[in-house]
Design a protein around this ligand. Sequence first.
Ligand SMILES: NC(=O)c1ccc[n+]([C@@H]2O[C@H](COP(=O)([O-])OP(=O)(O)OC[C@H]3O[C@@H](n4cnc5c(N)ncnc54)[C@H](O)[C@@H]3O)[C@@H](O)[C@H]2O)c1
Length: 443
Amino acid sequence: MKVTAIGTGYVGLVTGACLAEMGNHVMCLDVNPDKIAVLNAGEIPIHEPGLLEVVRRNVAAGRLQFTTDVDQAVQHGTILFIGVGTPPDEDGSADLQYVLAAARSIGQRMTDYKVIVDKSTVPVGTADKVRAAIAEELARRGADVAYAVVSNPEFLKEGAAVEDFMRPDRIIVGSDDEQATLMMRALYAPFNRNNDRLMVMDVRSAEFTKYAANAMLATRISFMNELALLAEKLGADIELVRRGIGSDPRIGYQFLYAGAGYGGSCFPKDVKALVRTGHENGQDLLVLAAVEAANERQKRVLSDKVTARFGQDLAGRHFALWGLAFKPNTDDMREAPSLVIIDELLRRGATLSAYDPVASQEAQRLLAGRQGIVFVDRAEAALPGADALLIVTEWKEFRTPDFDTIKAQLKNPLIFDGRNLYEPALMKGLGIEYHGIGRAAAV
Ligand SMILES: NC(=O)c1ccc[n+]([C@@H]2O[C@H](COP(=O)([O-])OP(=O)(O)OC[C@H]3O[C@@H](n4cnc5c(N)ncnc54)[C@H](O)[C@@H]3O)[C@@H](O)[C@H]2O)c1
């Protein structure tokens, strides 16, 4: 099939590359010429495990192209995916300007039947707006061309995006157009060979499903984070509680880790957008408003532990920071808890040495001009002379560090662990003062 992917971010690029991998001819369009230049030079603009190989293989096979030429891109695909950003607007609602601009650019140019697929995370009712935007552009030029708009929300996880796309848990297609449904089934058939995971539903339910999924996951995290705060006061260990409740199959182990708060390009904005949708429809979403508030509070827990230990004024203090990305295996820094922690510590006069295996460059871009923070290229290089080590992202390489080196390099043998990577008893045995989340401190 001929497919166009509009937007070459985490979703659009993975979608385009993985569809090419199955033999489709894919053209990826982006309005950002820098991204297209990087792609055309044989590189990728993001860190995503396995993606570079898929991209290179399919470019070499002649099935994957990148362009900024909108005419060419609209002409190319019979199925056009819209995978552009939907950032939060000032009031928390999803900003649809990029989605609707993409829709209009299709309407201005299409000359034959197209299936337009909303892959971006968009509020219920967006497919109607996309359909209307295209109809308006067709009417403006007096063109009568058939098309269908379907919703196909994406559930991939950054850091495992290729794997998730190639082996999806489910593929949701919201469609009320029989031909479009058949085409979507055919497109996804190769991803679906051993059992059919494609669910067809009405468009609104499909749009809602994506928000419901992210809201549920965010809820589990905030729930555990809140219980972790209480566990500390009660002298209970949230890690043991997690194991105790996760063993119940009605609850399960996934997404029950207490930590320094969730971040990323999806949970924060999607929870906010759903709360906003509720508000606009006269239906307050009390649980989700609390999920959001609890997460904002949680992002400050680690820096609060630092000030509880060292005092409010951190002038003259120096800290080592391990982990900047909002989660491991990505360089995405959007809404990363590290940004809140860094801001808080710098504001109080501390200086920082920060290390992340892949996100340092993106962090430097975001923190350009901030004094007091340096970025180093090895975990150990952050340690010398620091008053404490703060762990913010659970990269695998932090799981079994050389504790002797940590002790020798730090000014004080002291770890604030925002991801509960280590056992407090082990830390105590090693003579390291250890503050995790929701667990008794080992002092
Ligand atoms: N990142 C994730 O893990 C993830 C997972 C599932 C769903 N989503 C959703 O998918 C959507 C995209 O997310 P992302 O993280 O890939 O975004 P992103 O910001 O990484 O990429 C969006 C891209 O779209 C381009 N763009 C904007 N307007 C355009 C236009 N008119 N024509 C062509 N290109 C245009 C931008 O230049 C950018 O490269 C969002 O709605 C997001 O909520 C993201």
